[in-house]
Design a protein around this ligand. Structure first.
Ligand code: UDP
Length: 355
């Protein structure tokens, strides 16, 4: 059995990975600065609290543990935010990853599975996005991930790094045990917003545009269960035992669901009638994003288990009904309040100095 470092293991997909690695008998060490992750998600393995931007912290971590490989989930991932503050995205997502890669090389750790995204493709040229589709990102988030992919490709060639970049489509759902799940604050994703609204939370959910060139006029996405994503990482680690170089795979079900179809499915699963107002388009939303995952299926032997949207939603509903979810959100809000108070305090200090 192996020992893996999971960067971002307190986050949504990273925590599901930790659970899966633990179930497979591996040892887990999480590196997470808890900026968006949750303490409650740290249920498997050890936790080192620190940032990938801190090279000294990373060196100490690698000197303490003998890692067989690294799974890297730690990133900022909100497209709109990346448009407002691109330097923050390039800093967190690119510069910090470069730190990690340098330290991995120093300590001769050569296996990496990296969380990439469908956003590397930009505006799709075809209905189904094959793995060899051109990559022309349309926002700093997608570009930051594509930059890292390029760094991995070059590092594989120059230093013998073995890397897999997994391009997720729309991650959704939660572990069926409901001991972990998605808890973003604020939440921007369609499924958790709808599920939380159905549960009576005051969520602002809208249908973002009904004039897209799709059958019902709303955007189509490929929703893939978070445990199916975790499984793909495990297969990618196996693949890297024998494969050299850098490899990219798409992770999606290959089936698209429109926003209206998702609204209907959430109503059906929860039994709650939802009145969702229609607004205009959200900038930067392509009409149609559906994965072609042929390579992931053929090379990794990956087969998603959650192929029905209702089953994915059902696991999300189960998680959102737990006290853990409510506690995680409450803690995240407190952390946000504390950060806001620090900013206000700094501003008061500045004013005092100037005064
Ligand atoms: N969406 C929506 N209303 C919302 C949130 C999202 O209509 O309140 C739409 C969004 O515009 C996109 C789809 O749902 O077409 C999926 O959005 P999400 O943010 O979940 O994931 P993304 O595709 O942006 O990664």
């Amino acid at each position: 059995m192996a020992k893996y470092l999971v960067c971002g293991g307190a986050g949504y997909i990273g925590s599901h990975m930790c659970k899966r690695l633990h179930e497979a008998g591996h040892e887990v060490v999480v590196c997470d600065d808890l900026s968006t992750g949750h303490l409650g998600a740290l249920q498997w393995g050890l936790h080192a609290c620190g940032s990938l931007e801190d090279a000294a912290f990373l060196r100490e971590l690698f000197a303490t543990h003998d890692f067989d490989g690294v799974l890297h989930f730690a990133a900022l991932s909100v497209v709109a935010e990346s448009m407002r503050d691109p330097q923050r995205y390039y800093g967190h997502n690119v510069a910090a990853t470069l730190n990690l890669l340098r330290v991995m090389r120093e300590f001769e750790v050569s296996k990496l599975v990296f969380s990439s995204t469908a956003a590397v493709f930009g505006e799709p040229l075809s209905r189904v996005i094959a793995e060899d589709h051109p990559t022309v990102p349309v926002n700093p988030y997608g570009l930051s991930k594509l930059m890292v992919e390029q760094i991995l490709r070059d590092s594989a060639r120059a230093y013998g790094l073995r890397a897999v970049a997994l391009r997720y489509f729309n991650a959704a759902g939660a572990d069926p045990s409901a001991v972990i799940g998605e808890a973003h604050d604020p939440e921007t994703h369609l499924i958790p917003k709808l599920v939380r609204k159905a549960a009576g939370e005051g969520m602002q959910v809208t249908i973002n545009g009904t004039d897209y060139p799709t059958e019902d006029g709303t955007c189509i996405r490929d929703y893939v269960h978070v445990n199916d994503l975790a499984e793909a990482h495990l297969l990618a680690l196996d693949h890297l035992d024998n494969a050299v170089g850098m490899h990219t795979f798409n992770l999606g079900n290959g089936t698209g669901h429109s926003v209206k179809q998702v609204v209907d499915a959430v109503q059906e699963v929860t039994g709650v009638a939802l009145d969702i107002p229609v607004t205009g388009r959200r900038p930067g939303d392509p009409a149609h994003l559906v994965a072609g995952s042929k390579r992931a299926r053929a090379v990794l032997g990956w087969e998603p288990r959650y192929t029905k949207i209702a089953d994915i939603i059902e696991t999300a509903v189960r998680w959102h009904g737990t006290d853990s979810f409510r506690n995680w959100i409450a803690e995240a809000s407190e952390a946000g309040d504390a950060a806001a108070e620090t900013v206000r305090f700094d501003a008061r200090q500045q004013q005092r100095k100037q005064g």
